[in-house]
Design a protein. Structure first.
Length: 58
């Protein structure tokens, strides 16, 4: 997944259009929306990485 910090994905500026690829990019509006819905304040780093992986795959 590169060097993306899962804690900052919710605050990224989304792209204009969704890529609709099988593994969505990190700046995809759908991925950012899914990460914003989660309560990331009390999640560990490992849990955040799993959540980001799930948000990108679905």
């Amino acid at each position: 997944m590169g060097k993306v910090d899962p804690t900052r994905v919710g605050s990224l500026k989304p792209k204009k259009k969704c890529c609709k690829s099988s593994t969505r990019c990190v700046r995809c509006p759908v991925v950012i929306h899914r990460m914003r819905k989660l309560d990331t304040s009390d999640m560990s780093k490992k849990e955040l990485q799993k959540a980001l992986k799930k948000a990108r795959a679905a």
